[in-house]
Design a protein around this ligand. Structure first.
Ligand SMILES: [Zn+2]
Length: 139
């Protein structure tokens, strides 16, 4: 006699996507928090460099020729755009931490699989798994 269909298998299978263990989520959170602290330190340092360049410009500019002044202005502009891009990355990491709490972070946008913890630690703003990323790049 044929056995009735095993309903347990069907109900046990996640319908939408795989789950991540709490330990893995904590690992991601720790990696994101570490990255955020790193970026904040980098940002603070860049800001103090900008302040220094600004001070140099105000105090030493009397003896500078135009080329020097131009170089300093350029340096300062580069520092400012660096500071802005660091700030942007801090925002991305903070957004990632929020989404991690909501359970919406760390899943591939394309295939829905969990993105490996190591990849998220290296690229907190990653939204694709390695396979999908490679597919995207090949296009
Ligand atoms: Zn994927």
């Amino acid at each position: 006699m044929a056995k009735p269909a095993d309903t347990r298998t069907a109900s046990r299978k996640p319908v939408v996507k795989a789950t991540r263990s709490a330990a893995e989520t904590e690992k991601i959170r720790a990696a994101l928090a570490a990255r955020r602290d790193e970026l904040r330190a980098e940002y603070d340092q860049t800001l103090s460099e900008i302040t220094e360049l600004q001070r140099d410009r105000l105090t030493d500019s009397a003896g500078d020729d135009q080329a020097d002044t131009g170089t300093k202005t350029l340096e300062r502009e580069q520092e400012i755009s660096l500071a802005n891009s660091i700030l942007e990355r801090i925002t991305q990491v903070e957004r990632a931490l929020e989404r991690l709490d909501e359970g919406g972070y760390g899943w591939c946008e394309r295939c829905g699989n969990p993105i490996p913890v190591e990849r998220l630690a290296a690229f907190p703003s990653a939204t694709l798994c390695v396979t999908c990323k490679q597919l995207e790049e090949r296009r």
